[in-house]
Design a protein around this ligand. Structure first.
Ligand code: FAD
Ligand code: NAD
Length: 501
């Protein structure tokens, strides 16, 4: 019997697979497993679709898109003259809300049903091997008014897809000030006059861009560098873009103390340089922590609240470092790559391998095989939707050097291509490729500039496919597009096999 509520004595159905967490990742694990012939229960305690749909990717990109479209028009003579006013804040927020279906998940619930997945609303918790206890909220359960704990058994596997949440540092006064995290920033219905943002990563940069576009006076407090995981020129160009948009970007500064005498009132931040900053709202964008607390991990010899490391087929590694044969962790919860597309990529592998193991079929767990998530290691694509956009894949020059690879690094100004010069008057942006000179293949690429997001997949294909540079010379970019930057970068490297080179 759980302490959290009464266990019911109903006879519970058994499922082949129980998935805890119905975000984008859990949905995909469940879907693939059903397609592989398994019966699946999906347990979700908030909105089906998870953070990406309601408090992360989709609303944040919707908040950013109107400003990006306006800027793109302002950078082209002829269009510029017709775009003179500020953004219509109400319309931007309404468009954002339409992308979240007004935080109503019935569309996704319908999809889950149509995919043949059973859904149980409630909080899932491991209660032993292949056993999950689900505390169902009273309104969702048949027995309204009572919290009920249901104990369910999985015949083959349990997948933990519980995601992550914003980490709030232990800065004195910060938690008591009830700061915004990305949840509030992506779901806001009013724009604060003055917004202080703590952090210099992706969330901080994207939200600084969006809120500056929406008329807030934004101060960005960056402890070290902007977008520190990217090539250094990415942070420099994004910093310049933010300053041009009116954001007060302060590098090398953090927060010592926060005070907010009245709930919802002004908030004062004492900074590490001794100065103070007063704002109407403060957004904490200092990274993520796993949503694995109170998940019953102790029942399987692991620590509650920790990230869940996995083997290449997404099975959780137990205390002894060996994979637990029935327990999987997929998506943010395993900390391999905190991105929706990587989580869904893992989900496809996990759902398929769970079905293969359950059916006694062969498992293909060699690198780049059907049942592994090899790309998580050296070929993770990511776009930061700032102005300029940052689109990168694989290793930075510094990371390649740390990995001991023999490399050459080639840079080219995107504005010097015909496509770039047409895209925007005075186009500013840089592309970089990192070449492994021994194998003559790309191991990394970064594009920084307006509208570079859609350039990224070409680089992803080249890196994942390990396409030899001499073959890339035959991949002809259309004229006049920004893709011509590929040709310029290859020319800068030199044609492999050229007799006189
Ligand atoms: C502001 C912001 C913007 C982002 N933008 C992008 C982007 O543009 N592109 C991109 O690729 N990535 C982006 N990300 C990252 C992306 O949101 C995550 O990588 C993705 O949501 C992870 O999916 P998930 O399914 O693993 O976790 P989640 O989306 O967090 O889903 C986990 C689900 O599990 C449920 N759950 C948790 N615990 C339990 C439990 N015990 N029982 C039952 N249910 C439970 C939760 O309610 C939730 O629905 C962004 C993140 C943030 C914060
Ligand atoms: N477009 C996208 O793909 C997208 C958008 C948003 C978020 N995400 C994902 O969400 C994840 C979380 O993003 P994030 O920006 O919160 O994390 P992050 O790890 O990218 O950046 C965290 C930032 O906070 C700073 N920081 C950490 N602790 C601090 C402290 N105590 N005081 C001051 N500064 C501190 C770090 O130096 C860093 O600049 C990312 O890993 C990213 O993959 C992706």
């Amino acid at each position: 019997m759980s302490e959290q509520g009464a266990t019911q004595d109903r006879i519970e159905p058994e499922y082949d697979l129980i998935v805890i967490g119905g975000g984008a990742v859990g949905e995909n694990v469940a879907d693939r497993a059903v397609q592989g012939g398994l019966s699946v229960l999906l347990v979700e305690n908030e909105l089906v679709g998870g953070d990406c749909s309601y408090w992360a990717c989709m609303p944040s990109k919707a908040l950013l898109r109107s400003g990006a479209a306006r800027r793109a028009a302002q950078r082209v003579a002829g269009a510029r003259e017709s775009v003179t006013g500020p953004l219509e804040v109400g319309a931007v927020l309404a468009r954002r809300t339409s992308f979240t279906s007004d935080w109503d998940d019935s569309g996704q619930v319908d999809w889950v049903a149509s995919a043949g997945i059973d859904l149980l609303r409630g909080r899932g918790r491991l209660a032993g091997e292949r056993t999950v206890e689900v505390t169902t909220s009273s309104v969702e359960d048949d027995d309204a008014g009572e919290t009920v704990v249901r104990r369910l058994r999985a015949r083959h596997a349990v997948a933990v897809c519980t995601g992550s949440r914003a980490a709030v540092p232990d800065t004195p006064g910060l938690r008591a000030a009830c700061p915004w995290t990305s949840r509030e920033a992506t779901s806001a219905t009013e724009i604060p006059g003055r917004l202080a943002i703590i952090g210099g990563g992706v969330v901080a940069v994207e939200m600084a861009t969006a809120y500056a576009d929406l008329g807030a006076s934004v101060t960005l407090l960056v402890r070290s560098g902007l977008l520190a995981k990217e090539e250094p020129f990415a942070g420099e160009l994004v910093g310049a873009g933010l300053r041009e948009a009116g954001v007060d970007v302060r590098l090398g500064v953090s927060v010592d103390e926060v005070t907010r005498p009245e709930a919802g009132g002004e908030v004062t931040l004492v900074l590490t340089d001794g100065s103070t900053l007063t704002a109407d709202e403060v957004l904490v964008a200092t990274g993520r922590e796993p949503r694995t607390d109170d998940l019953g991990l102790d029942a399987v010899g692991l620590d509650d609240g920790s990230w869940l490391p996995t083997d290449e087929t997404l099975r959780v590694l137990g205390g002894d470092g060996a994979p637990i044969d029935w327990l999987y962790a997929v998506g943010d919860a395993n900390h391999r790559a905190l991105l929706t597309h990587q989580g869904k990529y893992q989900a496809r592998a996990a759902g398929d391998v769970i079905a293969a193991r359950a059916r006694g079929r062969a498992v293909d767990d060699a690198a780049w095989g059907t049942h592994v998530a090899t790309a998580d290691h050296r070929s993770v694509p990511q776009v930061t939707f700032a102005d300029p956009e940052v689109a990168s894949i694989g290793l930075t020059a510094a990371a390649a050097q740390r990995a001991g690879l023999p490399t050459r690094v080639l840079d080219y100004e995107i504005g010097q291509t015909a496509g770039g010069s047409l895209q925007a008057d005075g186009y500013t942006g840089t592309a970089r490729i990192v070449v492994d000179t021994e194998r003559e293949v790309l191991v990394g690429a970064t594009f920084v500039g307006q509208d570079v997001a859609e350039l990224l997949h070409s680089a992803t294909v080249a890196v994942v496919g390990e396409v030899p540079l001499h073959r890339l010379w035959h991949a002809v970019p259309s004229y006049p597009t920004m893709s011509e930057v590929w040709l310029r970068l290859l020319e800068a490297y030199g044609r492999p096999g050229q007799l006189d080179s």
